[in-house]
Structures are given as C-alpha cells and as structure tokens.
Design a protein around this ligand. Structure first.
Ligand code: ADP
Ligand code: ZN
Ligand code: ZN
Length: 659
C-alpha cells in the first residue's frame, strides 16, 4: 500500500500518514490537500512509504495532490529538514514558512511572460578593480566546492563591486546566484544597481513585504531556473534554485538575518549550511563581521578576503571623541557638535545626528507625585511621541493619548524625561531655523514608500540636518554627508547583553561610514562620558580587528559564544510563578540528559512582562555544538510528550541573539 508522509503546519514534531493509492516517487515534494480533523489542510509530501506505524484502517486517504507546479526539489526538502532538526521546529512549520503564503495555501499565481531582453543589453562600463578587489574576485571565482569566505572591508571599499563580478562569472557559467541583504538594505537603489549591471538577466527579489502573487511568482521563477539572480532578505535563503552556484550574504553581522519569532533561524547560518550541502562557495561580507564569523576567519575555517582601502574617497572619515564630562550640553549637544553643524550648513553640506532611540522622550513623568507613563500590559515605560500626541509602548504597540494632567494627582506640569529623535529634531529646528531638518526613524519611515521618499529627499540634497536611528546606517550612499554626530551611545557600553558592545561598534562604524564619500572628506564626532573606553579608541583608529580581538578575549574568558554554543528555553504565562515552575520542571527533565551541557537557573526575562504575560527563560550552554544538538533533540522529545499547564506557552531559541 502507498502511504504518503506529509508535513503539516502544526506545532507537533511529526509527519502525518495518508493513504494514496495512485501516487509514486515523483510526488515527493508536491503540495497536497489532506483531510484533517473536520476540515482540510495543505501540506508538503516528504516521503512515500509502504507501511505506517498506524494501522491502515485508521489512515485517511489524501485529497488532491497538487501537480500543477513542479515538485519541490530534494535539495529544498533537505534544507527544510536541516532547519527542523537544528532549530527543533516541526518540519511542517518549516516548510510552511519556507513557501510563499500563496503556494502554502495550495494556490498558484498567474504567471507572467518574461520581459524580452532589452535592446540595449550591454552592461555599463566597469571600474578597474583595485588589487585587493581583483584578488577577492579571483579567490571567489576560482573556488571549487564548498568554501566560506569573509569579505572584510569598510563601507565604500568596493565589496558590492566584488559581489557583482563574482555573480557575473557565475552567470557566464550558466549558474544562479543568491544574494541576501539585511531587511532595511533591500531598496530600489540596490535592485537598480544589480539590474543595471545585468541587463537582460531575470532578477527576482524576495522579501516579506511583497504582494502575495509577486512573491509566489518569484519563487516559481527561481525554481524553474528562469531567474538567474535572487536578491532578498532572510527568507530568500529558502528560494529553490536548481543551478545555485554562489551565495552572498551582505552585512552578514546584521541581526535582521536572525528571525525572532516562529522559526527562529539565522539566515546567515542556514546559508552556510546550504552552501556546504551544495558544495559551492559562500561569501560573507561586512565592515564589522560578527565575532562568530571573525573567529572562523581567524582560525582559518573561513577564508579571509580583505579590502583594506576605500575604492573612491581618498581617506576614511576622521573620528573624534568629544568628552562631555565637564561640558554643559545644550539639549544633549556639545559645543563641538554644534560648531560642526554650523560649519556644514555654511558650506551647504549635510550632517547627521545619530541617536538610536525614537520618540520624543522615553518616559513622561509627574515629579510631584512620582507617576510615570507605564504600559498596562508590559513591564516597560510608555514612550512619549509628541509628533502625534501619543504615548506608545515600543514592545507591544499599546498606545494612548498624552494625558493633559497627571492621572494620579491632576498636576498639569508633566515632564518628559530623556531624549529621543523627535526631541532632538525639535531642538535642531529651534537652534538652526534656517536649516531643513529631516528625521528618519521607524515612525517617519513607517512604510517602504515613505522610506524611499525620505531617501530620495536626502539624495536630492533636500535636507541639511538628518536626525536618525540606525535605520540610516545600512547600505546607502549619501554623497553630500560630511558630518556624523553620535549622541547617547554610552548606554550600550554597560548593557546587560554581552553582545551590546559588538552591536554598538558596528552601528557607529556604519553610520560613520556614511560620511565623506565621493570627494568630500568626512568627520565623525562621538559624544561620550567615557572617552578612554577601548571601544571608542578602536573606532578612532578604524581598527575593527583590535576591537574584535579584545572582545574575543573577554568572551573566551567568560565562556560566551563563539567559544560556547547556547540555546534559550523561554516560557510565558499569566504569572511569573507559572513560567518559572515550568522552566524548573523542564530543567529537571533535562538533568539526566545533559551530558556536556550546562543548565542555568530559570530567571525572569529582562522585559519581564509583555502583552500581560509574565516571561521567564532558561539558558543552556555547551562547549560542543554536536553535544548541544543531541541534548536539545532528546530534551524536546521529553517536553513535547509532557502535558502542559493551561495558558502556558514556551519555545526554544537556538543560537539566541537577544537576552
Ligand atoms: P561597499 O559595498 O564596500 O560599500 P561599493 O562596491 O558600493 O562598496 O563601492 C563604493 C563605490 O565605489 C561605488 O560607487 C562603486 O561603484 C565604486 N567603486 C567600487 N570599486 C571601484 C573601483 N575599483 N574603481 C572605482 N570605483 C569603484
Ligand atoms: Zn506594552
Ligand atoms: Zn502626579
């Protein structure tokens, strides 16, 4: 008897067996409608077997096998199976996530004919490569089989140019190339640059913001080999590409490659696995590689390709530390920064003030009675947004009107405490009435369209002073920008999260890298109360390597990644007692299995309450990845078999980035 084993999008770590009299091996990888409960569901056929552990009489017969699109390739199924195993997520949840929503629902988009190759199918004239670029291109193109490579070079060092040359070589051989970029960096500018370089080549974009049909079409074009280049955010790592010969992960350190809910995968890590599986090269590019990647390069596991110079501007921006300990700041700005802004205004150049906190002020308070704006659902303050007169929780989205008076004592003199981008914007408008001030953060760039419009304004020289969060840090050229001032950076120096300095360094290096391209030299001013801090000193020297080595020394001593491997079990419930009790039980269940694995104590999460749920976490750590993997598999089997108390939810996060 033919039995199909089907992956269904259910939180159960198993496949579902169905009778299928007239199916054969060629149906593996097809989508199928199956009866489930009182309704029906669409899943993916994983296996065809002769017998089931369930008696035949208990098995239902499949509904329609969807043969209207080619079966998903073996390689794609293997990729999903790896993710299911590695991230301890049911295979059906993985396949469901990896498919575009339309295909997941068992539908097909109306396909469009490919545009005819444009008449002017001649690429632009290419710049002469610098020696280091040439070396990198040759290394990538000359690689046969699997090899991970770290392309390390500051902004403007010509990394993208290297990617494009390597892609060109792949296309010449008839292959396909996959390029992954961080969420915020996938812009029409980048698409345009790639399209312009490869006229006549069908390029497919993939990101979660796309319309259903377009995303499904892109998937099918990639699978059929019609698209030679796929350019996308993290989810593009799941694009089926039968002739895939090269994977590129740009800004590989970016945290948006790690998904923070559902399938908690790292697209960068999955991409490396995929390259290994396909026996092809993969290039990880960054100015500030993640310490994991840097360590692999240091030990020789990854090949290091260095681009030590900028391709266009002669010099790196000058980075200066502004010691604010003895200075009375004007609304948070030092005299040095204000002078710098004045100078740029007089010269008709652009400046950027970088503050990684949106809103007007982090909290609104009533000093006489001690009231502060708190979220009713989370253990967090409500952030004051004066631009639209709201108080907002940045964690759960709760919002309310700014009260006219203190809800507790009726006092009308409520005070905003601290500073966000809106407040900085207001201050700059007042201080420089002649300047055009433009704020760029997730509020002002709330849709891709608004974001594009802001970028266009900046490019056209339609703004003098930009106030922005890290949104501005990634992948954009601002030819007129010559000054970057960083304020409020110190907060990350002593944060509880051991990765905070790594992130701060990358952010400051990236925003700094925005200044002084083309022929205008750039200057970066960092306001701090810790002018001698090694992180800032390394920035002054543009010395990523020194910073990375000092961080790695600290991590080695502390036993943190990349010198250990971690997983986090998180639980949420109505009360913290319930959450912690579950974690304690899970810890007991683990004790007998934990060979070579350290189990920490269950503790409340840093953001204890989110959306009225109390959250706890339990960290698991090991010096060996295989040991951790073996442990997690056995542990999850136990946890899935346990009956959970009502109202309790839990999940596992492998290689967690946030603590
Ligand atoms: P990155 O990706 O490292 O930021 P890009 O590849 O975008 O760097 O290069 C920065 C700028 O320099 C781009 O405008 C690019 O066209 C130009 N460029 C890159 N390589 C060269 C080169 N060898 N000669 C001249 N210009 C170059
Ligand atoms: Zn909230
Ligand atoms: Zn009050």
């Amino acid at each position: 008897m033919n039995i199909l084993r089907v992956a269904l999008d259910l939180p159960l770590p198993r496949l579902f067996d169905y009778l299928a009299p007239d199916s054969d091996e060629s149906d593996i990888g097809r989508r199928v409608n199956v009866p489930f409960g009182t309704g029906s569901r669409t899943g993916v056929i994983i296996e065809l077997v002769a017998s089931s552990e369930y008696p035949d009489t208990k098995l239902k017969t499949v509904g329609e096998i969807l043969r209207d699109m080619p079966a998903l390739p073996k390689e794609w199924l293997a990729l999903c199976e790896f993710c299911a195993r590695y991230y301890q997520t049911p295979l059906g949840e993985v396949t469901s996530f990896a498919l575009p929503p339309m295909l997941r629902r068992g539908k097909l988009p109306r396909m469009k004919p490919l545009p005819p190759p444009s008449a002017a199918a001649v690429g632009p004239t290419l710049p002469r490569l610098l020696a280091a670029q040439q070396h990198a291109v040759e290394a990538i193109v000359g690689t046969e089989g699997f090899q991970a490579m770290l392309l390390h070079g500051v902004t403007g060092s010509g990394k993208t140019e290297v990617y494009l040359r390597a892609i060109d070589a792949v296309l010449a051989r008839g292959g396909q190339a996959l390029m992954l970029v961080p969420e915020i960096a996938l812009t029409p500018q980048l698409e345009g640059r790639v399209a312009q370089r490869f006229p006549g080549v069908h390029i497919v974009c993939a990101n979660s913001g796309m319309a259903d049909a377009a995303r499904a079409r892109g998937f099918l074009d990639a699978q059929a080999g019609r698209a030679a280049i796929v350019l996308g955010t993290r989810l593009a790592v799941f694009m089926p590409m039968p002739r895939l010969q090269l994977i590129i992960v740009d800004e590989e350190h970016d945290s948006s490659f790690k998904q923070q809910e559902g399938l908690r995968y790292s697209a960068r890590d999955v991409a490396v696995w995929r390259a290994h599986q396909l026996n092809i090269p993969i290039v990880l590019g960054s100015a500030t590689p993640s310490l994991e990647t840097f360590q692999h390069a240091a030990t020789g596991r990854y090949r290091l390709l260095d681009l030590p110079e900028r391709a266009v501007a002669e010099a790196m921006p000058v980075v200066r530390i502004v010691d604010t300990r003895r200075e009375k700041l004007q609304e948070g700005l030092s005299a040095a920064l204000i002078t710098g802004l004045q100078l740029r205004l007089a010269r008709g150049e652009q400046s950027l003030v970088f503050l990684n906190r949106r809103g007007y002020a982090p909290v609104l308070a009533c000093p006489p009675c001690g009231w502060v704006s708190r979220c009713q659902r989370c253990a967090a303050n409500l952030v004051l947004h004066l631009a639209d007169g709201r108080l907002r929780c940045h964690h759960c989205g709760f919002e309310t009107r700014v009260p006219r008076a203190c809800p507790d004592c009726g006092n009308v003199d409520l005070l905003p405490f601290g500073r966000g981008t809106q407040r900085l914007e207001a201050m700059l408008v007042e201080r420089f009435p002649e300047a055009r001030v433009l704020r760029i953060d997730r509020d002002s760039a709330s849709t891709p369209k608004k974001w594009q419009a802001l970028l266009a304004t900046i490019h056209a020289g339609g703004a003098d002073i930009l106030v922005g969060t890290q949104m501005l840090a990634k992948g954009h050229d601002f030819p007129l920008l010559t000054l970057v001032g960083a304020v409020g950076a110190d907060a990350a120096l002593f944060a509880a999260d051991f990765r905070a300095p790594e992130r701060l360094f990358a952010q400051l290096m990236q925003v700094g890298g925005r200044s002084g391209r083309a022929d205008l030299p750039g200057e970066v001013l960092i306001q701090t109360e810790y002018p001698d801090h090694p992180l800032y000193q390394a920035l002054v020297q543009h010395d990523y390597v020194r910073f990375a080595q000092s961080q790695l020394d600290e991590r080695r001593i502390a036993g943190f990644p990349p010198f250990s491997f971690q997983a986090m079990l998180r639980a949420e419930a109505r009360t913290m007692e319930q959450s912690l009790a579950f974690l304690a039980t899970a810890r007991e269940a683990a004790a007998a299995l934990a060979d070579g694995v350290t189990l920490y104590d269950p503790v409340p999460m840093r953001l204890q309450r989110l959306m009225t749920l109390e959250r706890g976490q339990l960290l698991v750590e090991s010096l060996s990845r295989p040991a951790l993997q073996a442990f997690l598999a056995a542990w999850m089997d136990k946890l899935h078999a346990q009956k959970m108390p009502g109202g309790l939810r839990w999940h596992l996060d492998v290689d967690p980035l946030e603590f």
